[in-house]
Each structure stands twice: as structure tokens, then as C-alpha cells.
Design a protein around this ligand. Sequence first.
Ligand code: HEM
Length: 563
Amino acid sequence: MSKLPRDAHPQYLPSQVRRAIPDVGPVFYLDMWPFSLPILVASSPSACYQLTQEHSQPKSDGLRKYMRPVADNQDLVSSEGHSWKQWRNVFNPGFSASHLITLVPQIANEVLIFCEILRERAQAGDIFPLEEATVNLTIDTIGRVALDTHFNAQRSRNEFVAALRGQIRWLSFGAEANPFQRWNPFRPLFHWYYTRRMDRFMGRELERRFASHQEIGETGSRSKTVVDLALDKYLEEQPGSKETRSMDTIFKKIAISQMKVFMLAGHDTTSSTLCHVFHLLSGNPSTLQRVRAEHDDVFGTDFGQTNSTIIENPHVLNQLPFTVAVIKEAMRLFPAASSTRSGEPGFSLVQDGRQYPTDGCIVWSMHQAVHREPLYWPQPDAFIPERFLVGKDDPLYPVKGAWRAFEFGPRNCIGQELAMLELKLVMVMTLRRFDIKSSYDEWDQVRGKTGPRTVGGERAYQVLDGTTRPADGFPCRPGLDLVTWTTTFGMFPSTRNAGNAVHPPSPCSKCPSNPNNRPPPHLALTRIMGGVQPTQNPTAITRERYQRRPRARRKEYVQEMEQ
Ligand code: HEM
């Protein structure tokens, strides 16, 4: 670990060991005394299968301890046995693909706000950690889908979101090396405070939703959220409770716990995956071009129409095999979560005929290590989305069970359909409009950073903060979107002829003054006009006039001229 950056996620430890000592094989023990119990690392599909599917072992004590302050282990992530089964059953319908597709318009609205923010950032021209914006987007999306609550985290400060962030900062697996961090006496106080704030907010929202749930029941007029479906299912199982006029207290208490945990488990996993998708596409222009071509094929080249096409027919999002392959490959290289389970007497993992007793161990289904294991993945560190599209005879064809980003078995991720839907939506609505440039080099020059900066040559390595996050929040520079170019530089936003056009490379030798490697306007225009250069509109905003303005006044100038 001393060879890695100080903030590198502990999940890199097993894969570092595996690479440094290949003979150790894909299943091995790590003695972590005095920081934690011994860990038995499972990094083969078969060992992970035994642990999570054949015998789904209980979640580890460390995880339960970590989650306890949030919901007293009454949540889906850390509860066990009958209670877990009952509530998973109640919440499953709300997360089904067939239900989520009905909520696409609500999610698309949140993504539109995200696009606005990208546009503003692009206009300001500065480098910024994209993760700030993606985390807020995922929080707003979960709020909409789960409860029809508009947190508006993307644009303003929200009481619940602030408390959630505070809570996450104080969570601990109890394995920290620093004793003050490990046994910080103030921790319980902060947990009590943040939990109270979150519970109060959620309680109010649930009451509001309950009132509107009854209205929907009577009129059938509005689309249902995850909580509405959960309440339906719960009431179905409670004899005589259909006519109830007030919220069932057991349901309310458990629903508050689940809501908090959906937020916790769903926001930074999806958000960091999104950042890694942008990062990988930024470094692989030909793949980016292929994704854009797929989007052009499915949605047409007039990307002003994309949103309405999706809202009219959300099922069109199921016609994006290459986009899905890109997401899966990003999740293979940067898995946002993994699974830690408890060992027990009499339960051993078997690998290559050898028994590995689990009693007294944390047993770790270690996605990062399985996903980068050369035994199962040719060129394990390369970004090759095509792996997920080739036929069985191709050497790139994935080994069964080697891709397990959402885990398999009964404790697999309940939010996987939501995460995939949101990731596809964001890609479709942003990739053709923005050139998002991964800007780590520039960031490091400005900020300076001592010690190792990469893991296996990868600068966007994952750090531990909540779950996993891209290093430094993924600093990037979004290039101005093409529609803004046209308004800003007096070109006409007709995309009808754009069929044969290609995306502009940047930087461009024709625009030496082009700031920040934005797509040069003449090439952006070529794409928009399909190669036909329009005559410059004499009354329009020109590039010269725009650039003569001080940076801080440019946006204002464009707005003024547009009016
Ligand atoms: C890219 C995004 C996501 C990834 C990679 C991911 C990954 C995972 C993994 C690996 C697990 C198994 C954890 C374990 O065994 O301890 C899990 C469980 C879970 N996830 Fe996700 N997740 C994502 C998004 C979401 C979202 C959007 C939600 C909800 C809104 C969510 C809610 C949950 C819950 C509640 C569980 C526990 C399920 C159970 O044990 O029954 N996740 N996730």
C-alpha cells in the first residue's frame, strides 16, 4: 500500500497482493491484526459464487457496524433473515425495470438540470471536479424515484442532503489505524444529531406521500413511486388495513430507514460510475465516437429532440447495446462496491480442490480483484467495451460470473435497474452535446501533489469516501455544447443535415487562441450543418465580440444579445 497514493481505496490491497505474489492464487487470507479480523479474499467467480449464491452468508459485522448509526440495522443492506426477506419483498416491485421505465420523464427532468449545470461550467471555462455535480444529480434522482421528493440538491442546499453528508462523514468500519479516529468520543453525538434531522425530514415527506397515495388510489391519476408500490404491497399483506386513514407506524419507521439507505447505497455508487464513464471515454475518442453514432442512429441527429423522444417512448433506452457495454466495462475497471460476509464454523470455500475454512474471518467477494484478474479477462487493464458484445468463441468473451458489479444471489443490488437507467439517460443526453475532457494533468500542475499519484498507471483511481469515488472528484473541463456554440457564435442550430458529420477533434490547429481545448466553432459548425458552412448572420453574436468581453461578462453578453 505504501506504493499507492495515501487516499487509495483499501479494495486495492487484495489485487496488489495478487499481482505481487501470483502464486497466492485467487483465494487467500490476509492477516490484518490488530486492525480487523483476518480477511479471506475471494477473487474467483467460483469462490464468489459459493459465498453469495450457493450459501448466501450473512453480511459482515464490520458492515453492520458501519450501517448501524444510519438505520439501526433495520435496512436492506445490513438486516438479515426474515426481516430482510419481508422488506426486500415489499420494496422489490418499485425497483423493477417495468416500473422504473414509467418514471423516466421525472429522471429526465433531473438530467436536464445536470445538462444546464454542465453548460454553465463550460461557459465559465474553468476546470472543476465533476463528481460534485454527479452526486447531486444521483441524489435528486433517487428522491424523485423513491418518494417523488424534489431535493433540488443540484441547485440548492437541502436539509436532508446536508444531514446525510454529515452522517456519512462520521461513519466508520472501526478499522482505522488512527486511534482518535477509531474511537472518537464525539461520533455518537454527531450520529444522533444527523439521524434526527434525516428522520424528521423523511417522516414529513412520507406523510405527504401517504396523503397523495390515497389520492392516487382514488383517481389513479399520478405515477407511483417506489414508496407507493411498497405501501401497496405492505397493505396487501396486512388484513383490513386497506381502509386505513393514517400511516402505519411500522411501515413508516421501516420506510424511513430504507429511504436513508437507498440514498446512501445508491448515490455515490452511481455517481462515481458516471465519472468513470466520462473519464474513460475522454481517453478513448474512437469509443466515444461509436457511442455517439449509436445515439445518432437511435435518436436521430437532431439532438434537440432527444428528450422528447425519450419521454414519448422510454423503451427506446433498451436499444443501446454499445452504450450498455461501455457502462459495464467502466464498472468492470472501477467497481463501485463489493460484498463482505461473515465466515462461520463448518463453511469453507473450495478453490482448485483446496479447502479454505471461513470461521472467524471476514470473507470478501472482491470485485476489484475478480474484475482485473488476467485468468478471466484478456488485457485486464484495457478499456474494451466490445468484450460484452462478442460471441462465445471470441477470446474476449467474459467468463461466467466474472463480472459481478451488482453482485449475484439473493443479496444482489436492488437498485441495479435504476442505476443502469440513469447512466444510460445521462449518456444519451450529454455525450453528443458536451466534450468532457478529463483534466488530471492540469489539475496536478495547479494543485501539486506529493507521493504516488496513480494506481497501476491510472490517475482516476478509486478513493474511500462513503463507498468509492474517483480521485480528486474527477477534475474535468466540459467543452461548450454545440447548441451553445451556435448561439454564441452566430451559427444556426439546425442539426438536420448532420448525418455524415464527425465530432470535432480538439485542440484545433486552426484556432490557436481556442481557450481550454473547447471544440473549435468552425468544426462544431461542420457537424451541425453536415459540412455546409452557412453565411455569418450580421446581427448575431460574433466570436470576436464575445472574446473581447472580460470572461466574467461573457455570459451576460450572450443573454443580453439573445433577448
Ligand atoms: C452503479 C451503481 C451501483 C452499484 C455498483 C451497486 C452495487 C451494489 C452491490 C455490489 C451490492 C451488494 C452489497 C453487499 O453484498 O453487501 C449492492 C446492494 C444494494 N444496493 Fe446497490 N449498487 C448501485 C446502485 C444502487 C442504487 C441506485 C440503489 C438504490 C437506490 C442501491 C441500493 C442497494 C441496496 C438497498 C442494496 C442491499 C440489497 C440487499 O441486500 O437486499 N444500489 N449494490
